[in-house]
Design a protein around this ligand. Structure first.
Ligand code: CTP
Length: 245
């Protein structure tokens, strides 16, 4: 029979650190894909949502690895941060962080990279003798990190959560991504220009969870990215306590 003090300590840590003992991986920020040593392709992601999720997990006692592309944000307290630039580096860093219990992919991974980045700065003159002739870059698809982490296998996290950045047909597109990527939950967010989500403080999301044939959708009100992170961490704590490791 456990001592009353031990029981009290266990209850206290359950409420103050409901994710204690859990290993979590979070991807955040954009990736950048080199064209040459001075130029690159990237996107407008700020990393705010991913960093807030990593911080919310750490505050609940999880051991967190945050794999982030270049962002102008401070490292969240109590989180191991791995900085990367390209999608291929991000995938390698994620694989190195395995095994984990939970993975949340919020990074805006560049979908394409230049097939062969030039080792030297591309000169306008070398392209053509004619002024204003368009430069053609050959792009190839980057690896899909969320799909790679979701693939069945010994190291698949127990819970894999993706984000779906959509500008139209938000719920339908997000439901389709849940199927295509093979993750367990997907957070659908409307990133159309009017919402100011990209780079902003606020977010408006729907949490879509696999539930047999028909995914279960929870509509969350418009709230700060920090509040989205808190609520997602709560949902994950509930899911983990319902099915402990
Ligand atoms: N994602 C990823 N690796 C990629 C592309 C996307 O891990 N190469 C992840 C994102 O982190 C996110 C989810 O997949 O969790 C959906 O990303 P999103 O940008 O919404 O969609 P894409 O898969 O890029 O598809 P599309 O651009 O056609 O909407």
């Amino acid at each position: 029979m456990a001592e009353p003090d031990a029981i009290l300590a266990a209850i206290e840590s359950h409420f103050s650190a409901p994710l204690a003992g859990l290993r979590a991986l979070v991807t955040s920020g954009p990736t950048i894909e080199a064209i040459d040593p001075v130029r690159y392709i990237t996107n407008r992601s700020s990393g705010k949502q991913g960093h807030a999720i990593a911080a919310a997990f750490a505050r609940r006692g999880a051991g967190v690895t945050l794999v982030s592309g270049p962002v102008a944000l401070a490292d969240p307290a109590g989180v191991e941060v791995v900085r990367v630039e390209s999608a291929e580096q991000m995938l390698a860093a994620c694989r190195a962080a395995l095994p984990v219990d939970v993975a949340v992919c919020t990074a805006a991974v560049a979908d394409w990279r230049v097939k062969e980045a030039s080792p030297e700065k591309i000169k306008k003159e070398a392209q053509s003798t004619r002024r204003n002739r368009p430069l053609t870059l050959e792009l190839v698809q980057n690896p899909d990190i969320l799909a790679a982490l979701s693939a069945p296998g010994r190291e698949r996290p127990r819970l894999v959560v993706g984000f779906a950045a959509e500008t139209i047909d938000v719920l339908d597109n997000a439901r389709a991504k849940l199927g295509q990527k093979g993750c367990d939950w997907i957070v659908a967010n409307d990133v159309s220009a009017e919402g100011g989500v990209i780079g902003g403080e606020m977010n408006q999301v729907h949490l879509i969870r696999r539930n047999g044939a028909e995914p279960r959708v929870e509509d969350w009100p418009r709230m700060t990215k920090a509040a989205v992170a808190e609520r997602l961490a709560e949902r994950i704590a509930e899911a983990v306590s319902a099915a402990p490791p």
